[in-house]
Design a binder for this molecule. Structure first.
Ligand SMILES: NC(=O)c1ccc[n+]([C@@H]2O[C@H](COP(=O)([O-])OP(=O)(O)OC[C@H]3O[C@@H](n4cnc5c(N)ncnc54)[C@H](O)[C@@H]3O)[C@@H](O)[C@H]2O)c1
Length: 390
């Protein structure tokens, strides 16, 4: 086997998303963490003592101070365009968090910049990388159940009441559940429905005046080939979709309802500084490195002409003329290691990324259109969709 030098990776933004990647980077033989940037000195101290890697206060210091091949951008969404552009301008490959930007124009500029610089641009992590979703795609591609006609993905969580920075609730800055959580749902339904969404009709909801934002949505997606999908999200937390998923959490742990905490609204006396401190503390353990069961993002059901597929705690249930079959899937790799696999293939040219800049842009277009549809009360036609690779 040819020994390839590890890809030297820098990370900018070491909050919930950035920290969650550290175990995957440490485990992946093709990547090496060579530096990171975060504006908060305490976070830099913690990460350096955990990883031995050098911390910088800004991305520009990281880009000039460390020898990097690629940068993972995990800063708040409104900073993605600036940070992705800076990394591309420095000639680095880029992995950026979802949603990739605040709007379609920004995303188009990011895609163009990556094309012109000849670097890879991958948009992750979305739950479309989860193994059960990948396995659903394989069954669909095999043709054994016929064409996909409907996809439903429904999630109920307490997203709105977890500790948040103010921008995470500001829809103009990429906040609220349609941008932040809808981006996972759109990734899932586009991967399963073939990618080419023709139009979107949606309603969004903001029903807690003490926590103003988009906290829930119903999105109806019409695909170009006549298939349809719904993406339903309720982030107000009274009911959890885990109850419909064998009590398995988003990251693959069993959490029975008796152990689940009541919906925990930030108290009215809590300052935004308290909430930020709570968010930073939660970020250290929000997303575990490995889990006994498959990750779930609510209930996803694919209806094909000759059968249905949904997730089980260990993999998939496939329903066809012979009844129900469970397919148990391996969980030796975390979803984030699979993101790194896709980034590696894109960088080495082994295989184009499914979640490339154009795919991320098309996901973002659906989220933006859903918010616009809810505002205008009408269906929105889409123009930036791309087909899912087979
Ligand atoms: N895929 C997932 O499962 C997942 C989970 C959480 C967040 N996200 C995405 O990741 C992004 C970040 O969200 P988060 O919840 O991790 O936020 P966070 O607040 O926990 O982390 C952001 C980090 O960026 C740092 N930062 C802010 N401005 C910076 C700057 N100019 N330069 C360097 N560092 C800076 C902050 O100090 C903080 O440590 C968002 O786009 C979000 O949608 C994805």
């Amino acid at each position: 086997m040819s020994a390839r030098k590890p890809i030297r990776l820098g990370v900018v933004g070491l909050g919930a998303a950035g920290r969650a990647f550290l175990p995957a980077i440490a485990k992946h033989p093709a990547f090496e963490l060579v530096g990171f940037a975060d504006t908060v000195a305490d976070i830099r101290g913690e990460i350096t003592s955990e990883t031995g890697s050098e911390g910088y206060a800004t991305l520009s210091e990281l880009l000039s101070g460390a020898e990097l091949d690629a940068v993972y951008v995990a800063t708040p969404t409104e900073l993605h365009p600036e940070h992705v552009s800076a990394a591309i301008a420095a000639g680095r490959h880029v992995l950026t968090e979802k949603p990739m930007a605040l709007g379609v124009e920004q995303a188009l500029a990011m895609v163009k910049a990556a094309d012109e610089a000849g670097v890879a641009l991958v948009v992750g992590h979305a739950h479309g990388f989860d193994r059960p979703i990948q396995a659903m795609r394989e069954i669909i591609s095999s043709g054994r159940l016929g064409r996909v006609r409907m996809v439903q993905t429904w999630n109920y969580t307490d997203w709105m009441y977890r500790p948040r920075r103010p921008d995470e609730l500001d829809v103009g800055l990429g906040g609220g559940v349609t941008f932040r959580q809808g981006s996972h749902q759109v990734d899932i339904v586009r991967l399963l429905g073939g990618g080419m969404v023709r139009s979107v009709r949606a309603s969004t909801f903001d029903w807690d005046p003490d926590r103003a934002s988009i906290g829930a949505h119903t999105i109806f997606l019409q695909f170009a080939d006549g298939a349809t999908a719904t993406a339903v999200y309720n982030g107000y937390g009274y009911f959890s979709a885990m109850e419909l998923c064998g009590d398995v959490t988003e990251w693959g742990f069993v959490e029975p309802i008796e152990k689940r905490q009541k919906v925990n609204r930030p108290s009215s006396g809590q300052s935004s500084a308290d909430e930020l401190a709570a968010k930073r503390s939660r970020a250290k353990s929000a997303i575990p490195a490995s889990a006994p069961f498959q990750p779930t993002f609510g209930v996803t059901i694919v209806s094909c002409e000759r059968g249905d597929i949904r997730q089980s705690p260990r993999g998939l249930y496939v329903y066809d003329a012979n009844g129900r079959e469970e397919i148990v899937l391996p969980n030796d790799k975390s979803p984030r290691e699979m993101v790194l696999d896709e980034l590696l293939d894109a960088i080495t040219g082994a295989r184009p990324a499914v979640h490339d800049g154009r795919w991320g842009l098309a996901n973002l277009e659906v989220c933006v259109a859903a918010i616009e549809s809810a505002r205008l009360g009408r269906e929105i036609e889409l123009v930036h969709q791309v087909a899912a690779p087979q």
